[in-house]
Write a protein that binds this ligand. Sequence first.
Ligand SMILES: NC(=O)c1ccc[n+]([C@@H]2O[C@H](COP(=O)([O-])OP(=O)(O)OC[C@H]3O[C@@H](n4cnc5c(N)ncnc54)[C@H](O)[C@@H]3O)[C@@H](O)[C@H]2O)c1
Length: 244
Amino acid sequence: MDGLDLTGRVAVVTGGAGGIGRAICADLASLGAHVVVADLDADAAAETAKPLGGTARPVDLADPASIDAFTGAVGPVDVLVHNAGVSIVEPFTESDPAHWDLMWKVNLRAPMQLTRALLPGMSERGHGRLVFVSSDGARAGSGGEGAYAATKSGLFGLAKTLAREAARGGVTSNVVCPGPTDTPMVRQVAERHPGLLDKLARQIPLRRIGRPSDIAGLVAFLCTDRAAYITGQTLSVSGGITMQ
Ligand SMILES: NC(=O)c1ccc[n+]([C@@H]2O[C@H](COP(=O)([O-])OP(=O)(O)OC[C@H]3O[C@@H](n4cnc5c(N)ncnc54)[C@H](O)[C@@H]3O)[C@@H](O)[C@H]2O)c1
C-alpha cells in the first residue's frame, strides 16, 4: 500500500518511553520516521530511542519551563503525538486537588503548550500531524477517574478546534481513545484490585484487554499520507467496549 512511508519526517512522541508510547515509537520508526522520545524518565527514553535510531529528549510535561526548553531545542517537527498521561484513581468526592493540578498540567496543558509552539512550523511547511491520546474513560466515564476524564475530555474540543484552524496548513488533528490496555499504568491499578483485568476482559466484546500495539497501529496510520483526509475525529481502540 502506498502512502505509508514516513521517511524524512520527525515525530515527537510524548510519554514515548511508557507502555503505549514505546509501541507508537516503534511503529513510527518502522515506517521511516525519526522518532523523538519525549519523556520524564530519561533512562527509559534513551533505552527506547537507541534501537530505533531515534533521539531521547527528557522533558517534564508538568513544568511549563521544561516544555519551553524542549520546544526551543527540538527543531522542526512534522508529527506530534500527545501520548503522555497521568491517571490518579480515587473517588471524586475524596480526590485531592493537587492531583487535579498534576493531571491538568500533564494531560491537557502540556498538549496545549506543545501545540502552540510547534504547530506554526507545521503550517508554514504545509504539512503536519497532531494525534492526541485521550481515553475511553473520558468518552464513557470511568469510576474513580473524574479528574482524569475531565482533562482527557478537554482534548476532544482542542483537537477538533485545531482540525478546523490548521486544515489550510495541511495539518490534521485527531484523537485516539484507548480502552483498558496492558501497560504499567493499568498494572499499577490492577495490583490493588486483584481480578480486575479478567473482569474487564469479560466485558469487552473482543474478550481481551488491549495491547500497546493495538493503539500504536492506529496512531501511526493517522500520521501517514494515507490518512490525509481524516481530521477532527475521535476513534476508540478498545475491543468494542465503547461504540459511538
Ligand atoms: N493503559 C491504558 O489502559 C490506557 C487507557 C486509556 C488511555 N490511556 C492513555 O494512554 C497514554 C499512555 O498510557 P500508558 O498506559 O502507556 O501509560 P504509562 O504509564 O505506561 O506511560 C506514560 C508515560 O508518560 C510519561 N510521563 C508521565 N508523566 C510525565 C511528565 N510529567 N512529563 C513527561 N512524561 C511523563 C511516563 O514517564 C511514561 O513513560 C496516556 O495518555 C493514558 O492516559 C491509557
